[in-house]
Design a protein around this ligand. Structure first.
Ligand SMILES: Nc1ncnc2c1ncn2[C@@H]1O[C@H](COP(=O)(O)OP(=O)(O)O)[C@@H](O)[C@H]1O
Ligand SMILES: O=c1ccn([C@@H]2O[C@H](COP(=O)(O)OP(=O)(O)O)[C@@H](O)[C@H]2O)c(=O)[nH]1
Ligand SMILES: [Mg+2]
Length: 221
């Protein structure tokens, strides 16, 4: 369960959550960014609005992205789904991607960025939720270099490790990486390589953290 904050109801709907901007706690301006007009105003008409969605395995990225799409109409691109689609299509990178995912490691940046780029460039959308990417500083730098763009905001689903493990092991989507050995490896990779990216965006004032219920103090507002 996520802690519910009344003013955020469209986003969280059936499960509560609490958003905290790392610079200004309880600053809910983020929601304005999801409305129809703001992204183009913010960007001055140049390039699409980009929101990266980060968090450990099972933290709820995909689940919450579906709600954001429903309520705010952004286009959801899950990097993991794009990679799994690539495996299923027997592409030249399929075997490498599959082995990397089984090991809980990170697929070479050029492969992932190229899949995201293809999706963005073939879409008419002006607002993208990029879920599960960038997973490393190297991923982040490759995206900036290849796409010539940075995210406008970054959401981070901060969830206790035990909860993430339980959720992944009960996900039942038949994924090759949803087993205890790979989940442990994914958590190590998350802490070693993804947390530095999250900290980078916190320093840039772009990070909005969604806390799990048990991490919230008594006052949820
Ligand atoms: N707030 C929540 N409380 C309990 N279970 C959840 C919650 N959010 C997601 N789940 C479940 O946890 C699992 C992992 O969620 P998912 O959205 O796929 O996470 P991620 O994309 O971060 O790996 C799914 O089975 C999902 O239904
Ligand atoms: O940008 C990405 C996104 C995903 N992955 C790989 O794909 C797996 C599954 O990613 P996904 O985001 O689907 O997992 P989730 O965190 O949602 O459980 C990861 O563990 C990585 O091995 C990757 O290498 N680069
Ligand atoms: Mg996911």
């Amino acid at each position: 369960m996520w802690r519910r904050a009344a003013s955020l109801s469209p986003f969280i709907s059936s499960s509560g959550s609490l958003i905290r901007n790392h610079q200004t706690a309880y600053n809910f301006k983020i929601w304005e960014s999801f409305t129809t007009e703001i992204p183009t105003q913010v960007k001055g008409g140049k390039g699409p609005f980009i929101c990266f969605v980060l968090g450990g395995p099972g933290s709820g990225k995909g689940t919450q992205c579906a709600k954001i799409v429903k309520n705010y109409g952004l286009t959801h691109l899950s990097a993991g789904e794009l990679l799994r689609r690539e495996i299923a299509s027997n592409s030249e990178y399929g075997t490498t991607i599959l082995n990397t995912i089984k090991e809980g490691k990170i697929v070479p940046s050029e492969v992932t960025v190229s899949l995201i780029q293809k999706e963005m460039e073939s879409s008419d959308s002006k607002k993208f939720l990029i879920d599960g990417f960038p997973r490393s500083e190297e991923n982040r730098a490759a995206f900036e270099r290849i796409m010539g763009a940075e995210p406008d905001i970054v959401l981070f689903f901060d969830c206790p490790e035990e909860e993430m493990v339980n959720r992944v092991l009960n996900r039942n989507e038949g994924r090759v990486d949803d087993n205890i050995d790979t989940v442990r490896k994914r958590l190590q990779v998350f802490k070693a390589l993804n947390l530095p990216v999250i900290n980078y965006y916190a320093r840039r004032g772009k990070l909005y953290t969604v806390l799990h219920t048990d991490q919230c103090s008594g006052n949820s507002r």
